[in-house]
Structures are given as C-alpha cells and as structure tokens.
Design a protein around this ligand. Structure first.
Ligand code: FMN
Length: 387
C-alpha cells in the first residue's frame, strides 16, 4: 500500500515536472532571451535559499520524485548517478578578494542556489572557483539553440575566488547539502606551469583549511570561454604538474579520510592526448575524469568571440572523448572512472555514454530544456528501460 502511494505520488510529481514544464513553464521562459532567463534564475535562487520552509519543500519534492539510486564512482558513494555540472552554483563575480570577503562578512548570499538546487536536484558540483575572484565577461554571455537543445556561453569563469567561496561555505557549514563537489579551475591566462601549480595548490589549501569537506574535488583543466587556449593545460606534462600539486594538498589535509580528486577535460582533444592524460591520472591517483566541458565555437553575437557550446551540439564530441578515455582505461586497466557530461538530457543520451562503461553523468543544458527535475525524469526513463 505504501509502495503504491509512493508510486502514485512519484507519477504525479513527474507529470507536473516533465510535461508541465515543457508545455507551460518553458514557453514562458523562452519568451525571454537566454540572458534574461539566466539572470532571472539567479535572482530567484538567491531568494529561494533563504525563504523559510522552501528548501524543505524542495527536498520533499525530490524525495517523492527520485528514489535513492546509490552508486560508487570516482571514489565516492554517490546518492544518485546524475550530478548537476559546474557553472550553475558558482557564485557572484567580484573585482577583488577584499570586496568578495566583505560581501561574505556582511552575510550576502554570494552563491545563489547553494541550498535550493541540491535540495531539489540532488548532487551538485559547486564552482568553478579560481584562486582569485573574476568578474567574467560583460554583456550578453549566454544563448540557447532550441532546435538542437543546446546552450552556449562565454560567462568567462565569473566567480568570487577561492577565499570568499571557502569562507561562504564554511559560514554555512551546518546547512550544507549532504553531498556536493567543489570544482577548482586553473587560472586562465597563466602560462608558467610553476605559477599555475602554485595557484592550484593555494586554492586547494584554502578549501581544506576552511574545514569544508566536499564529497569530491574536481580540477577543471579546461577553460573554453575565457579567450585562452583551451588545450594548453591539458597536455600530459601540464596535467602532471597541476594534478600533482592538488593531490599533495589533499593527501596532507585529508590523510585520515581522503577526498577523491576528479579532473574535467575539454572535448576535441586528439585521441592520443586523452590516452596520455589517462595514463598520468592513473599514475597519480586521480579517481575520475569528467568528459567533457563545453565546445568552443564562434559566439552568436558575431563579434568574433568564442563561446562554449553545451547540450545536443556538444553530445557527439563528448561521447567521442569518453570513448577515447574508456578505451585507454580498458586497454591498460587504469582505475580511473569516466563521468559522461555533454548533452545528457534523456535515457538515450545516457545510453550513448553507458555503452563505454560510464555509470555517472553530469548535466547543465538539460535543466533549460526539461526543467529542474530532469534527473528524476531520466532516472525513471532508464529504470523503465531496464524492466
Ligand atoms: C552558463 C554555463 C556556465 C558554465 N560554467 C562552468 C564552470 O564554471 N566550470 C565548469 O567546469 N563548467 C562550466 N560549464 C560547463 C558545464 O559544467 C558542462 O560541462 C557543459 O555545459 C556540458 O554539459 P551540458 O551539455 O549538459 O550542458 C558551464 C556551462 C554553462 C551553460
């Protein structure tokens, strides 16, 4: 009887969340430009995090719509194989560290969605955070391409910087979600590997010293929309230096109960490059690779900028990257899991990754096209397939 009630409640919530979102909410949202919708979403999330009772309601909705589906991937017992990718809950941009820390000290919510998104969607990767705050790019920086269910952005790693991000999360230590990751990006524009490694080291040290304990850290080696060479940090040699710096800190700071390190890569690298990177990750002890970040393409603004494509137009390149990484894993027995990211939107897109042994997925653009409960919708589609 209880099982029947739970199934009925789940069906009702998912009917509202799926067809309801696509036929009612999405047309209204798509009346706005992608930029207006994005800005509006951040305003809503900033309030939602602190609206009394709302986080509990969102968590209850998640509880009804998505039964637990624990899975061990990348050294983490994930509550669910579907993770909200980095870039949604990443925080405001600031011109300098003092300004960012001042905002935290005054109690401002500098990271819209930090409570509401995990409550509703489950595991989330916070960030990317860079060593120093970044304002990101000005003007229109997000677009959508509805026919291909794609997004495009050149947000430019806007974020409050690691010190303010760590201070903010530490301040809210007792209200943090059960499970979240922290994504730290290499600083764009820094060429010298030693300085790059120093900034990565300081970033990890800052989080570790704050007492905040994520379920995993991701080191984002790919910065496709900051006008820097997206491939430059993704040679085996560079990866060895920066991942080595991160792992040194993690081993020292969390020696009793290690926090795993994952790495995020770009699409479009040569097959041999993915394979060489996999060998380095295995040797160093990186436990998972997220493939991929967005694909750098000309921005729709026609001003000669590049902007990262996510969603349907990214999917084939992300699957190709996963295939190259998975082949290396299989050929050499590398103990490094591969997490599929890029056009994860339904059961079929997950299956394209799963054929290469992928068991966990990250998604961003799907939230735009299928709504905030997309992970629960995919979970139900895939469980129906298995029956
Ligand atoms: C507006 C926006 C901002 C993003 N910012 C980041 C970021 O800061 N760090 C990062 O690793 N990925 C970032 N991403 C990339 C996503 O995490 C993800 O890798 C990419 O969108 C592909 O997934 P999708 O096809 O499901 O959208 C961003 C994506 C979008 C749409």
């Amino acid at each position: 009887m209880t099982g029947l009630l739970a199934a009925g409640a789940r069906a009702a919530v998912l009917a509202l969340a799926g067809p309801g979102y696509e036929s009612l909410a999405r047309p209204l949202i798509f009346h706005l430009s992608a930029q207006q919708a994005h800005d509006g979403l951040l305003r809503v999330l900033r309030r939602a995090d602190t609206t009394p009772g709302l986080v509990r309601l969102l968590a209850a909705t998640r509880g009804l719509s998505a039964p637990p589906e624990p899975i061990e991937v990348g050294g983490v017992l994930l509550e669910s194989p579907y993770i909200v990718a980095a870039g949604l809950v990443k925080g405001d941009g600031f011109a300098g560290e003092e300004e960012a820390l001042g905002a935290v000290a005054r109690g401002r919510n500098i990271m819209p969605g930090w409570r509401s998104i995990p409550a509703l969607a489950g595991p989330v990767e916070f960030g990317s955070f860079t060593r120093w705050p970044r304002r990101g790019n000005a003007g229109v920086v997000v677009w959508r391409d509805a026919p291909t269910r794609s997004t495009q952005n050149r947000v430019g790693l806007r974020n409050p910087g690691v010190r303010a991000a760590a201070a903010f999360l530490a301040r809210h230590r007792h209200a943090l979600p059960r499970q979240f990751g922290i994504n730290i990006a290499v600083s764009p524009g820094i060429e010298a590997p030693e300085q790059q490694a120093r900034e990565v080291l300081e970033s990890f040290e800052t989080f570790a010293a704050s007492g905040v304990r994520p379920a995993w850290y991701t080191l984002n080696l790919s910065c496709p929309n900051t006008e820097d060479d997206p491939g430059s940090h993704q040679t085996a040699e560079q990866a060895r230096i920066v991942c080595g710096a991160a792992l040194d800190v993690l081993h020292a700071a969390y020696s009793a109960r290690p926090v795993p390190l994952w790495v995020k890569l770009s699409p479009g690298l040569a097959r041999e490059q993915y394979q060489a990177l996999m060998a380095v990750f295995a040797e160093l002890g990186v436990q998972a690779v997220i493939a991929t970040n967005t694909l750098a393409c000309p921005a729709p603004d026609g001003e000669g900028h590049l902007a990262g494509v996510g969603g349907g137009r990214l999917h084939p390149a992300a699957v190709a990257a996963v295939a190259a990484l998975a082949d290396a894993r299989a050929a050499h027995g590398f103990p490094v899991d591969v997490i599929g990211c890029g056009g994860v939107i339904d059961a079929a897109s997950c299956d394209a990754f799963a054929r290469h042994g992928v068991r966990a997925f990250q998604y961003w653009s799907a939230l735009v096209y299928r709504g905030p409960l997309v992970a629960a919708l995919i979970q139900r589609e895939r469980s129906k397939q298995r029956r």
